[in-house]
Design a protein around this ligand. Sequence first.
Ligand SMILES: Nc1ncnc2c1ncn2[C@@H]1O[C@H](COP(=O)(O)OP(=O)(O)OP(=O)(O)O)[C@@H](O)[C@H]1O
Ligand SMILES: [Mg+2]
Length: 341
Amino acid sequence: MSATTLVGLDVGSTSIRAVEASISKDRPTINNFGQVFLPPDAVVNGVVKDDRAVTAALRHLWTAHTFSTKNVALGVTHQQVIVREIDLPKVPSKDLRHALPFLVRDVLPLPVEQALLDFYPLPTAGKSETTHGLLVAVPKEPVIDTVRAVENAGLHVESVDLACFAALRASAHLAHDTEALLDIGANGTNIVIHADGTPKVVRTVPRGGAEITKMLATRLGLTNSEAETVKCRVGLRGDENAESAAVADEALRPLVTEIRSSFNYYSQSHPGKRVRRLALVGGAALLPGLAEKLTQDLGVPAFLSDPLQRVHDVRKGGRHDALGRFRSSAAVSIGLTLGAA
Ligand SMILES: Nc1ncnc2c1ncn2[C@@H]1O[C@H](COP(=O)(O)OP(=O)(O)OP(=O)(O)O)[C@@H](O)[C@H]1O
Ligand SMILES: [Mg+2]
């Protein structure tokens, strides 16, 4: 079978990332990467607020990077994403799409007409009257808005996938135990607790690197861009600069609390199990000292994960290797190409 080419597209709140790959049965081969920064507040927590800015940025991205296709796999995220393990009555797979809204109406916290739904059956031991699987629900309207902004740039959205599932495909470390994967962005953090690649708990919290920059700027009397520089250079390293490290530490605390509560929720809902390690991706995962701090506070080893581990990147290395340098922010766009085979 010949390879098809498509672009994994992640519309984040600070920038849009596009990874072009040849998709075959083997691992995807990356052919091109580009990113374009967005004006502040054009996209907030996965919701497009300024569709013209997003469309203009995408046109610029395609002109500047000469992608060879307009077909994209789009990542979406939203604070109200719902991922839940449920049991459904057995329905022939061809009828599931029509039956799903009726089957899950009562378990959804939002009106079923306002949600995009999907169901992934999971393997179960033995025979059963029901099908066990993962129900995924996302508010419909923000997804439609994002698709429209992308198609207005002359692109064709071939598929839509949850950004956190894409990050998981690219960055998870698979073993017969439980891992938490965190994609820490500027304004949002996706927390996925998974067992050998199967999501068990998925949460999106409105916290990320931007609030650390903001607190540094306010407390130390810096401009936003000065605070950003201090954050990226010093981070949590008190030996570099005790004052700014203490502020960054304080700004990070609410996110650490959210992660801890997700860990506790997992242990309570899965008796006898607990999270064994914490894999980090997203731009804000690069905060100096973060992995050490999370290891200490949460009592499990935390480490920066490599989202390029499952793809061929024949162009890698050298000073023009933008994807190599921005790989952590590009985890979602890389993972979208992995979902396409
Ligand atoms: N070296 C670094 N050290 C610390 N923080 C960094 C570093 N590089 C980038 N960041 C931070 O990462 C954040 C951006 O991450 P990312 O590119 O993953 O966000 P995004 O996907 O655009 O946003 P979101 O996921 O919130 O929509 C910013 O807050 C930025 O300051
Ligand atoms: Mg992001």
